[in-house]
Ligand binder design. Structure first.
Ligand code: SF4
Length: 285
């Protein structure tokens, strides 16, 4: 993987498209993602974004935005005013195009710096989204932030499966992610597990019963409707749908999401969000 240390002009990006109703801004401490060659990278929506990849292979590059915290401190006051005027709240999604707790974070500490800057200048709402249990290393910073803003921790656990035929393994096994969710919830944080894109589940009842002991709510989204293209056209060009179908016929169709949502609602009554509405926290406690 090619790693470059760079400077970013303004680390706060005003939200648009899918994120428009979810937050006022997204914040990417890195550009690119070291998990890009793992299972989630196959169906990752960002890999199709030419503005991010600039023609580079997804998972093959990482730009470390070393001044991200400094940039947040410089731009947050102005962006807060804009957000409250135009979007109602200064709500940040960390992160939509990378993982804030990817392995390089231990070396570069960019996200750590951003969380410290946010503790000094808190947004109104902060959604922290990750695939990694390395978020546990930041538990104290997250607990502090939860006392200063409306904080939601999102942990991606798309299925109870650790593998799909022909695809790479996940960056972090399912069991470790569920344990991380439970630990953060026990620390008093509001924890949402996101199944996005939803992958075929072996035993939905057992999976949701286990998650119900580990998190507060769920968000379920299918690549159809969720990947930013018409009828999931972008994801249909990847090996993901065929791998899904090979273990569960019909799972690459939108009706599968509704089937799964129905089961999930039995374990999380009133606490299952669907699609962008779910990411926005609508219909979640
Ligand atoms: S962790 Fe997120 S951004 Fe990174 S490859 Fe996986 S889905 Fe994409």
């Amino acid at each position: 993987m090619k790693v470059e240390v760079v400077e970013v002009a303004n680390v706060l990006t005003r939200a648009s498209g899918y994120l428009n109703d979810v937050c006022s801004h997204s914040l990417q401490p890195y550009r690119g993602c070291s998990f890009g060659r793992s299972l989630c990278g196959v169906g990752c929506y960002v890999r199709h974004n030419p503005w991010v990849t600039a023609g580079r292979e997804w998972g093959g590059f990482l730009e470390v935005r070393r001044n991200a915290a400094e940039s947040y401190r410089a731009h947050a006051p102005r962006e807060r005013v804009w957000a409250r005027k135009h979007r109602g709240r200064f709500a940040i999604f960390l992160s939509s195009a990378t993982d804030p707790f990817l392995p390089h974070e231990a070396r570069f500490g960019v996200t750590r710096g951003v969380l410290a800057a946010m503790a000094d200048q808190p947004p109104d709402t902060l959604i922290v989204q990750t695939h990694s249990d390395a978020m546990l290393d930041h538990r104290d910073a997250l607990v502090l932030l939860a006392s200063r803003c409306d904080l939601r921790v999102h942990i991606s656990i798309e299925s109870d499966r650790d593998s799909l035929p022909g695809l790479p393994p996940p960056a972090v096994p399912v069991g470790r992610r569920i344990e991380a969710a439970a630990t953060l919830r026990a620390a008093g944080l509001h924890v949402v597990v996101t199944l996005a894109p939803l992958l075929p589940i072996v035993d939905p009842d057992a999976f949701f019963a286990r998650l119900a002991r580990s998190c507060d709510a769920l968000v379920i989204d299918h690549f159809i409707g969720g990947d930013g293209s018409k009828q999931g056209a972008r994801t249909l060009r990847t090996p993901l749908p065929a791998a899904m179908e090979s273990v569960h016929t019909g799972s690459s169709e939108l009706a599968y999401r509704d089937e799964v949502v129905e089961v999930a609602r039995r374990y999380f009554p009133g606490r299952v969000g669907v699609g962008a509405e779910g990411f926005a926290g609508l219909r979640l406690p």
